[in-house]
Design a protein around this ligand. Structure first.
Ligand code: ZN
Length: 151
């Protein structure tokens, strides 16, 4: 099963809020996400731990101003950057950005990360080893640090 199959299945089950034939599409490039559910963060930490020492990568999905879901790519092992670079898709308004892990203790974006952030979504997370509340950082599409409230 590909990532895209997963995504489509989700879409059918859970259509984006506000979707409808008469509304203009939301501006996907404008960042209005300011929160993340604790449960989502914990899932990120767990996934990063089980992928360690390889990288873990996923797409972040938001409802309103809150990140509520990660869409894990089943085949990701070892090269989150390469895999995510294929996601230069027509933007789904519920897709906020990406999350990936750094097996090093440094949650700072690399040049490749900066490119990824610029090309996909508006809100990104890097979690560094040992993958906990002290080792994650959020960034905007310019790779500038932002604050996400954990709710
Ligand atoms: Zn990175």
């Amino acid at each position: 099963m590909s990532f895209f199959d997963l995504f489509r299945r989700k879409e059918r089950k859970d259509p984006p809020r506000g979707a409808g034939p008469r509304r203009p599409p939301p501006r996907a490039t404008k960042r209005r996400v300011t929160k993340i559910e604790r449960e989502v963060l914990e899932m990120v930490f767990e996934s990063a731990k089980s992928s360690h020492p390889q990288e873990f990568g996923a797409v972040l999905r938001a409802e309103g101003d809150t990140i509520t879901e990660i869409l894990v790519v089943p085949t990701i092992q070892g090269d989150a950057h390469a895999i995510m670079s294929i996601y230069q898709l027509p933007i789904d308004p519920t897709v906020a950005g990406t999350v990936h892990s750094h097996p090093s203790p440094v949650p700072l974006p690399s040049h490749a990360d900066e490119q990824l952030f610029r090309n996909f979504g508006h809100t990104h997370i890097i979690v560094a080893h040992p993958y906990n509340l002290r080792t994650w950082r959020a960034y905007d599409h310019d790779a500038q640090p932002i604050t996400l409230e954990v709710v």
